[in-house]
Design a protein around this ligand. Structure first.
Ligand SMILES: C[S@@+](CC[C@H](N)C(=O)[O-])C[C@H]1O[C@@H](n2cnc3c(N)ncnc32)[C@H](O)[C@@H]1O
Length: 400
C-alpha cells in the first residue's frame, strides 16, 4: 500500500531542521526525517502539514512552497516488509511562534544540520540525496495528489498489526464482561440476564474475552471479528482457559454462515465504532436473532469522541462528523497502526436501530467507575474527563 506524506523543510542558512521519530511512532519509527505528517483522507497535503507543525512543533506555518515529490521506503533493507510512501516536501517560508517539540508527541530529538552532517544521522537515502544536492533545483510543478482522497486506514490490517500489543497492554478479563474502560461492568448493569443455555453471538469479539466470559456462564457462543490476529489470540486464550467457543474471522456487516433466527442474544462491546455500515450490521443482527431476543452493545460516546487533548478538553471534531482517522501507538512495543473510526450521534444510533426493526429498551451513559489507581486506560480515558462527559453509550435493544 502507498501512503501519502507531507514533509516540512525548515531552513536556516545551509542548515535544515531534522527530527527523530520516537520508536513505535510510524511512519519511519525511530528514524530521522524532516517533520512529517501523514495526510488524512479529508485534508490537503498543506493542511496536513499545518496541522502537524502546529501540533508537534508549536508553530503556525505560513507560506508553504511546494519543493519536490519523493518516493520513500521505510525499510530499505527488506522491501518486502516495507511500506512505500509518496512524500511531498514543502519549504516553510515563514512561521509564527518558537519551534519546540512536544515531549508527548511524535519526536524525541530535533537538530539543525548541514548537508554533510545530515549524512551522519541515517536519513532515507532518497531524502538525503535530495537535501544534499537537489533542493535548490527547480521544483516539480505540483505535489502528487492523494489517491482518491488520501491514504485510507485499513482496519483489518491495523488491528492485525496492534493485536498482540493491545492484548498485552490491556489484559481484558475473562471472568467479567467489560463494556468499556472504567465503565460499570455487567455484574452491576445486569442487561443480559441469565445466559445459561442461550445461543449468543458476539459481534466484533476482539481477543475472545467476552465470548469466554459468556461461555463460562453456560452460553453457546459464536464470536466474529474482522482481525485474523485477534481471532487467533482468542482461540489460544479459549484453549488455555479450557472453554469451548466458536471464533471466526469476518465482517459484522455480513454475518456469513449464521442462519436466520438462530441466536438468542447478540452482544457487541466497543467494536461498532470501527464499522462503516452500521445499518448493515444492525440488519444482520436483527436477521440472526429470534423474535424477542435482545441486542446489547456499547460504543464510545459521541460527546467523548468530539473532544481531544487535556483539560479543558476542546471540542475538535464536530459532534456530527462521522469519520476519524487516527493513529494508535504502542511505543514500548514498537508498534503502531492507523485506524478509521466511525461515530454517530446518539440520535443516529437510535434511528439506525429503529430503522432495522429493533425496539430500544435501555440507553445508558454511565459515569466512570472511580478508584483502581493507575490504569492502562489513562490518557485517552482520563478519569478527569470522564467525570465531565460520558465516555460510553450502552444500548439494549430488542427484536420484537
Ligand atoms: C476494541 S476491540 C473490542 C473487542 C473487545 N470487547 C475488547 O474490548 O477488546 C474492537 C474490535 O472490533 C473489531 N472490528 C472492527 N471492525 C470490525 C468489523 N467490521 N467486523 C468485525 N469486527 C470488527 C476489531 O478487529 C477489534 O478486534
Amino acid at each position: 500500500m502507498t501512503e501519502l506524506l507531507s514533509l516540512a523543510l525548515f531552513e536556516r542558512g545551509s542548515r535544515s531542521l531534522v527530527v527523530k521519530r520516537k520508536d513505535g511512532h510510524a511512519p519511519f519509527a525511530g528514524a530521522w526525517l524532516l517533520p512529517t505528517a501523514v495526510v488524512g483522507s479529508e485534508e490537503s497535503a498543506e493542511e496536513a502539514l499545518e496541522r502537524h507543525t502546529y501540533r508537534e512543533l508549536g508553530v503556525e506555518a505560513g507560506g508553504l512552497e511546494f519543493a519536490e515529490t519523493l518516493y520513500l521506503e521505510d525499510n530499505e533493507d527488506n522491501i518486502a516488509l516495507s511500506t512505500r510512501y509518496v512524500a511531498n516536501i514543502f519549504r516553510v517560508l515563514d512561521h509564527e511562534g518558537e519551534l519546540r517539540f512536544r515531549a508527548d508527541g511524535d519526536y524525541d530529538d530535533a537538530r539543525w544540520l548541514t548537508g554533510d552532517e545530515l549524512a551522519g544521522v541515517g536519513l532515507a537515502p532518497a531524502l538525503l540525496e535530495w537535501l544534499q544536492t537537489g533542493r535548490h533545483q527547480a521544483p516539480a510543478v505540483a505535489p502528487v495528489p492523494a489517491p482518491s482522497g488520501g491514504a485510507t486506514p485499513d482496519n483489518r490490517r491495523g488491528w492485525n498489526a496492534i493485536s498482540r500489543a493491545y492484548q498485552e497492554q490491556y489484559e481484558i478479563p475473562t471472568d467479567r464482561l467489560v463494556y468499556a474502560p472504567r465503565c460499570p461492568d455487567e455484574s452491576e448493569l445486569q442487561l443480559l440476564g441469565d445466559v445459561a443455555g442461550l445461543r449468543v453471538i458476539v459481534v466484533g469479539c476482539g481477543g475472545g474475552q467476552d465470548c469466554i466470559v459468556l461461555a463460562k456462564q453456560g452460553a453457546r457462543v459464536i464470536g466474529i471479528d474482522l482481525s485474523d490476529k485477534q481471532i487467533e489470540y482468542g482461540r489460544r486464550l479459549a484453549e488455555r482457559e479450557g472453554v469451548d467457543v466458536t471464533l471466526q474471522q469476518g465482517n459484522v456487516e455480513q454475518l456469513v454462515g449464521i442462519e436466520d433466527e438462530s441466536q438468542d442474544l447478540a452482544v457487541s462491546l466497543h467494536a461498532l465504532n470501527y464499522v462503516e455500515r452500521v445499518d448493515r450490521a444492525f440488519a444482520e443482527a436483527y436477521r440472526v436473532l429470534r423474535g424477542g431476543s435482545p441486542f446489547v452493545f456499547s460504543v464510545q460516546h459521541p460527546f467523548f469522541a468530539a473532544t481531544e487533548g487535556g483539560a479543558p478538553y476542546s471540542v475538535v471534531h464536530p459532534y456530527w462528523s462521522r469519520k476519524q482517522d487516527w493513529q494508535w501507538d504502542f511505543p514500548e512495543k514498537g508498534v503502531s497502526a492507523r485506524l478509521r473510526s466511525w461515530y454517530r450521534t446518539v440520535g443516529e444510533w437510535c434511528s439506525l436501530l429503529l430503522d432495522a426493526g429493533f425496539r430500544i429498551e435501555r440507553l445508558l451513559e454511565p459515569p466512570p467507575v472511580e478508584g483502581g489507581g493507575a490504569s492502562p486506560w489513562d490518557g485517552g480515558y482520563a478519569i478527569e474527563k470522564m467525570r465531565l462527559i460520558p465516555a460510553t453509550l450502552i444500548v439494549k435493544a430488542v427484536k420484537p
